[in-house]
Ligand binder design. Structure first.
Ligand SMILES: [Zn+2]
Length: 500
């Protein structure tokens, strides 16, 4: 697998996880087999690329051994255990993905910092890697902006949301609600069964620091708006006293007070539902972005992805690897989508805000609308910050592969664009207009087979791109940009720890 004579590359993802008052370095490596990748057969080889992901041996760091030097040494140890040859692994690593913590500095460690310095002391030790940060985590920061966009309404709103979610995330409470509010009510028998079915799924638990829960909780609540109006807030207070000290299901008296207000005061209730639907519009956008980031170029929707998994027993190897699209400017599509969002275009949000106005709660309505505009601007600014570097050299070099991932009706145009981009990049480099191209940029633009390949491709002298150049671009394009799955594997820390 890690043979010097064959063509392959690595992508490394690193994350640390503090548990049992120790720090663990969790790391995953992708081995990408490039030996069957040929530019002349770009159509098939790209689709059938073999990527094997392996969890590297977990490293235990001492309590205070969390600085870059310690982590770097731990990383080398892991790579040695995994590949048996650190120098080979170093030269084949094409990307470093991390969570913006101390790990982000690992890709910048220079040879001088290493134990055995060699030539070119200021060279990065992993000189061929693209430094990348986890876009999942990045989206968390983007969506976190929502919290402060409604300064006067946000706090009470979050308390109410919290109370709903804590109460309805518990099976007991949901069953009690169904018993007293649905089955023992006067509504027609047929309606009872339908409504009880809607309540079958409990509400996700609202965690302020995980914005996706905000989306999931809002969605759950908004889908059940009419049902939730049947709730007697006194039962929530009872549940609160019953549950005292039960960790995740705990909610505060202030949460319950806020919820009670929602049932007693029409302004509070109108405001809550208007803000819930309004926020949902924005959360849905974030959710779409995340879904796209975890998807792939070859399977357009969830059904086809699921089918691939069912047929082959594995998820699509391109899942989460959307560097080509992002380097071609895919983020702009999401920015336009965000800009086009309005309250008026969302049936429910619009209805609620209009109803606030009709009932002369104009101030609430205005605050919600103003907050919506602020939120859109904040989200846009943060999202641009998060994604724009991917359109810069050296990250954007993989856009030359755009013809490989486009639909068959667009190949001709994409091929033309790729040649034009190669020509433009090369001319800009030669004219000294590209600064800060980094080690990776130098590899492509310096006097090498790659730069010759770029020139010949740009001038349409080659029918097919130089295969080594093509492979090198493919190796970068297979970089993963999200590492949520790695985070989920932190639980393995327990398993490994106790079985060593
Ligand atoms: Zn796919």
């Amino acid at each position: 697998m890690y043979d010097q004579r064959t063509s392959w590359c690595l992508h490394i993802r690193i994350d640390s996880s503090p548990q049992f008052s120790r720090d663990y370095l969790v790391s995953e490596v992708d081995h990408v087999d490039l030996s069957k990748v040929f530019s002349a057969q770009w159509h098939s080889t790209f689709r059938d690329i073999v990527i094997s992901t392996r969890l590297m041996p977990i490293q235990v760091l001492g309590r205070r051994a969390t600085n870059t030097a310690f982590k770097y040494r731990a990383l080398l140890r892991m790579l040695h255990l995994e590949t048996g040859d650190i120098d080979l692994a170093k030269s084949r690593t094409r990307s470093f993905l991390n969570d913006m913590g101390v790990e982000s500095k690992l890709s910048l460690v220079t040879e001088q910092d290493c134990v055995n310095p060699v030539n070119g002391l200021d060279r990065r030790a992993f000189s061929d890697t693209l430094p990348l940060h986890d876009l999942d985590h990045g989206m968390h920061h983007v969506m976190q902006e929502l919290v402060d966009c409604w300064p006067e309404l946000g706090q009470v709103f979050d308390r109410q949301l919290n109370a709903f979610s804590k109460y309805f995330s518990k099976r007991d409470n949901v069953e009690r609600f169904c018993k007293f509010r649905i089955w023992e009510s006067n509504m027609p028998q047929a309606a009872k069964a339908t409504l009880a079915k809607v309540m079958m799924h409990t509400c996700p638990v609202f965690l302020e620091h995980r914005w996706q829960y905000r989306f999931e909780v809002l969605q759950w609540i908004c889908e059940r708006e009419q049902l939730l109006k049947l709730l007697d807030p006194a039962t929530v207070r009872d549940a609160r006293s019953r549950d005292e000290g039960h960790g995740e299901h705990e909610f505060t008296d202030m949460d319950v007070d806020a919820l009670q207000l929602l049932y007693a005061d029409p302004v509070s209730s109108g405001t809550f539902w208007a803000l819930a639907y309004t926020m949902l519009v924005l959360c849905r956008w974030g959710h779409d972005v995340i879904g796209w980031l975890h998807g792939c170029w070859c399977h357009q929707d969830k059904e086809s992805r699921d089918k691939h998994k069912k047929d082959t027993g594995k998820p699509c190897p391109w899942n989460g690897r959307r560097l080509i699209e992002l380097s071609c400017g895919a983020a702009a599509g999401f920015i336009n989508k965000l800009r086009s969002l309005t309250i008026a275009r969302d049936k429910y949000a619009n209805e609620k805000v209009e109803s606030l106005k009709r009932n002369l709660y104009v101030s609430s309505a205005e605050q919600i609308c103003l907050g919506f505009v602020t939120a859109k601007n904040m989200l846009e600014g943060r999202f641009i910050q998060l994604t724009s570097f991917l359109q810069e050299v050296p990250w954007n070099l993989v856009k030359l592969l755009r013809f490989v991932i486009c639909g068959s009706d667009q190949v001709q145009q994409a091929m033309y664009d790729s040649r034009r981009d190669a020509f433009t990049l090369m001319s800009n480099y030669q004219a000294g207009r590209l600064t800060n191209i980094g080690d990776v940029g130098k590899k492509f633009f310096g006097h090498t087979e790659f730069s010759q390949g770029l020139i010949r491709w740009g001038r349409s002298l080659d029918v097919h791109m130089n295969t080594n150049l093509f492979r090198e671009l493919v190796s970068y394009s297979t970089s993963m940009l999200v590492m949520q799955r790695l985070e989920a594997k932190h639980h393995l820390v327990h398993v490994t720890y106790f079985t060593i």
